[in-house]
Design a protein around this ligand. Structure first.
Ligand SMILES: [Cu+2]
Length: 345
């Protein structure tokens, strides 16, 4: 059984084991394929009448595949980390708890020197200065992305720097997502008016689409990418290891929603086939849930030709033409407006 814990309940040795396994994977040259893979999936994944635009919908974002794709993505990294240390499970970062904190930029459970390290430094191109992933410590090489306003190498963060995204997503706004009844609804896009759990949790339902939303700007998943800033902004966001802690919470929220659906809406809830179960989120008294079992045969929502089961792509496939393979080149006109394409979502 793989049990994923809240970062706040990790012991010092669990933290150090997780960091050590990540550094080892990086050293072996095996971590960066996750970065490339997340970037490579940003290709238009659309119906014939829709714009062939990765900004409209791509293989892992802005549509129904968002949650299952990232669930599989996490499981693959987790399995690989477990070949290094079989005690590893990806921990999750509950950012709603930190939204209520007076200074979410300094919570040691997540940003401590023994774990993810802290904020970037303005005078050093926003490079992270502390912790195992700091550029100056040499164990976590990250390339430069001049087209994404990240001109020099090294891991960068810029906490709460965007004027509309000063705070992390609140519990109240997450509750709105958990109250959704449908997973996704037509036209399965990223409009603020598209109803459904996926679109809410991904973060596209803003105050424009729902006046009950309590904070301005991008929401939930997208908001966290924008709040962390730096390398969490472009399509290569898994460069920052906090990506997986963030998405681990997104995955947990989905699992919580699925469990709630089994109680509230059993007709629409997935049929679980025990034989195929893979451990993701243990539910006391319930079979564990799996990507395959959740969507047997592909429901209507999953008939886009979106790949549910994905195969790791060898890193060498990206030796050429890696950058900007995903879609239109971004042009930013107003520096106060968050870019719409370069966030992972
Ligand atoms: Cu993301």
């Amino acid at each position: 059984m793989i049990l994923r814990k809240n970062v706040t309940s990790l012991t010092a040795s669990e933290k150090s084991a997780y960091v050590k396994a990540l550094l080892e994977l990086k050293k072996r040259g095996e971590y960066d394929k996750y970065v490339h893979w997340h970037h490579h999936i940003m290709i238009p994944t659309v119906l014939p009448h829709e714009p062939r635009d990765a900004n409209y919908r791509n293989g892992a974002h802005r549509g129904p595949a968002f949650l299952p794709w990232h669930r599989e993505f996490l499981m693959q990294l987790e399995q690989e980390l477990r070949t290094i240390d079989k005690t590893i499970a990806i921990p999750y970062w509950d950012w709603t708890a930190d939204a209520a904190n007076t200074d979410p930029t300094k919570v040691p459970a997540i940003w401590g020197d023994d774990f993810m390290g802290g904020n970037g430094l303005a005078s050093d191109e926003w490079r992270v200065q502390t912790g195992p992933f700091a550029y100056k410590n040499g164990g976590w090489p990250v390339p430069s992305y001049p087209d994404d306003d990240l001109p020099g190498p090294g891991l960068k963060r810029q906490f709460g720097n965007i004027p509309t995204i000063r705070n992390l997503p609140t519990q109240a706004d997450l509750t709105l997502a958990l109250a959704e009844i449908f997973y996704d609804t037509p036209p399965y896009d990223r409009s603020p008016f598209t109803v459904g759990f996926r679109n809410r949790l991904e973060g596209w339902v803003t105050q424009r689409g729902d006046s009950r939303v309590s904070t301005g700007g991008s929401q939930l998943h997208n908001r966290v990418h924008l709040w962390v800033g730096g390398n969490m902004m472009p399509m290569t966001s898994p460069d920052d290891p906090v990506f997986f802690l963030h998405h681990c919470f997104v995955d947990k929220v989905w699992a919580d929603w699925q469990a709630q659906q089994m109680t509230d809406n059993p007709e629409a809830a997935p049929t679980l086939r025990a034989g195929k179960a893979r451990a993701t989120w243990p539910q006391p008294g319930r079979p564990t849930q799996t990507v395959e079992a959740d969507h047997p045969g592909g429901s209507r929502h999953f008939r886009f030709g979106l790949q549910l089961r994905t195969t790791a792509i060898p890193a060498r496939a990206f030796a050429h033409g890696f950058r900007n393979s995903g879609g239109r080149k971004r042009t930013r006109t107003d520096p106060n407006q968050p870019p719409t394409f370069t966030i992972c979502g």
